[in-house]
Design a protein around this ligand. Sequence first.
Ligand code: ATP
Ligand code: MG
Length: 416
Amino acid sequence: MTNSLRGFRDILPPDSELFARIEAAARVVFGLYGYQELRIPTLEQKELFVKSTGDTTDIVEKEMYAFTDGGGREVALRPEGTPGVVRAYIQNNLAQTGRNGKYFYLGSMFRAERPQAGRYREFTQIGAEYIGNPAPAADAESISMLVRFLEKAGVAECSVVINSLGCAECRKAYREILLGFLRGKAEKLCEPCRGRIERNPLRALDCKTDGPWLTSEAPKRALCPACETHFSGTQRLLSAAAVAYQVNTSLVRGLDYYTGTVFEVRSGALGSQDAVCGGGRYDDLVKSMGGPAAPAIGWAVGLDRMAMLLKDKPAPDTAPRAFVIAAAKEAGDRAFALLTALRADGISADFSNFELSLKSQMRSAGKSGAAFALLIGEDELKAGTAAVKPMKEGGEQFTVPLAEAPVKIKELLRGI
Ligand code: ATP
Ligand code: MG
């Protein structure tokens, strides 16, 4: 027996139905906001992530599934969606040919992290990117769409935390202040942080080990007047959109490309892996990747963690409505035709194996959770009828002409 790899899992029913429900909610809500789906490749040139996500980030430095393929190309399984979306935007000239710069994606991401509850090596994200609008309304729209999506999917008790990292100028000034502070604390820092503070001091604030104490001790960031106005405008519009949020000036996101607004959605119900979603502005990324100057904002939700939050919600009933049984040796073909007719009429129907005994087929019908069993035995075969047996205790069996079976079943289902 060859098992699956560590951190790579099978998502079985009913969890798979939860995932489908979340995806359906996303499509409905995103449609209201004018987002279109972008299907991007799973495998890209490694360089794409090194240049965009950033080579001092955990994602690229430690967690990326990167390898040399048979043709000697340096490739990587995507650890996140934004770089691929930005590449697609540039490569396909979507700035000119696209509708409004609003795109969503959905699919597997890969990170070689230590597997634990809510943390896998292959996991699913839904992400939304809004490229080309620099105004606070874009930030507020993006965050409110996220909140409405979480609500629609049935996720409650989440908190939205926002911050602004400021523009390149604000960050440059803060970088110097922070670097001075970190150099003074070098001997207290963990090994990886000591190695990277000179390259990217902000990353230390996002470190899983040193982040918590650093964010309380380090000097707080300051914003230039333009960034301050943008951030307060975003907050005003979030309130206008009835989105509840908290400002946390210690929130730094682990990716290099963020500028201005950053945010996270967390849920206490998740334990230590409490982040459901992360996102922010990336005003310089499109240009730095070789595209037009196109300020942008986006986020990605982890479906695996979202599904954990929905686990206790009643799952949609996916049991078949009808279960067809052949109760005589020659009744199989007729039973198969009935199964086909029921489905054609929109009634979910199932069967087991017409060649097995009545008892065995009845057992399968019970296991299926169907509301009605439809039996065709010798008598029914002769008369052109089916026997309908309600599976609920005490239900009375009766006979219907075959042609009327779908209509009759629909009528009965309405009464349940
Ligand atoms: P964390 O701090 O939990 O490592 P992150 O900052 O690395 O999260 P992002 O890159 O912002 O996460 O990804 C967005 C979302 O994707 C996260 O909020 C989380 O729900 C989900 N996610 C990230 N990594 C994993 C993983 N290894 N397994 C499952 N879900 C994940
Ligand atoms: Mg992570």
